[in-house]
Design a protein around this ligand. Structure first.
Ligand code: HEC
Length: 147
């Protein structure tokens, strides 16, 4: 899991907090947008350990479609349009489309990222469903690039 983590140096993260605060202000409300997951197999309250919609799941195509739009509405302002990071937050194309990548993805969307009381990333799972988040993860699978 640690190999996906690119912790910036302390000075850099302080700078990042400033950039992020400005970014958040510029974009106003950061409340996640509701995602319509109609057509995807419902997953219940318990979190799956690995992406249930990954190819060859029958849900794959629909998940990519829903995930692309949900990503652009909820994650792109920090992680970049089409998952190409502008440097504010990690480039999510680097997450490997396997169990390790899933584990780290799940950890971050459930826990967010808070350091010294500053919210770098909100707890996305508080407002987006498990179905919506795995759909985003499925979309990210299709955007994967090797480092
Ligand atoms: C307000 C900005 C913001 C938003 C919105 C946001 N993130 Fe993040 N995210 C971050 C930052 C900053 C980090 C790096 C945190 C750290 O390293 O402490 C991060 C880290 C991550 C990581 C870990 C990546 C890695 O390489 O370590 C994942 C996965 C992730 N975010 C997924 C998402 C998803 C999915 C969404 C949308 C549902 C989202 N994020 C929305 C700012 C954001």
């Amino acid at each position: 899991m640690a190999k996906h983590l690119k912790l910036p140096a302390l000075a850099l993260s302080t700078l990042l907090a400033g950039v992020l605060a400005a970014q958040v202000q510029a974009h106003g409300n950061v409340t996640p947008q509701a995602v319509d997951t109609t057509g995807l197999t419902p997953l219940g309250a318990e979190w799956a350990d690995t992406n249930p919609y990954r190819d060859p799941s029958p849900d794959f195509d629909r998940a990519v479609e829903i995930g692309a739009s949900a990503y652009n509405q909820n994650c792109a302002r920090c992680h970049g349009l089409e998952a190409i990071s502008g440097g504010i937050a990690p480039d999510l194309r680097l997450l490997t489309p396997d169990f390790d990548g899933d584990e780290w993805f799940k950890y971050r969307v459930i826990n967010g990222a808070v350091r010294d009381g500053a919210v770098y990333m909100p707890k996305m799972a508080d407002t987006l469903s498990q179905e919506a988040l795995w759909a985003i993860r499925t979309y990210l699978d299709t955007r994967h690039v090797e480092e």
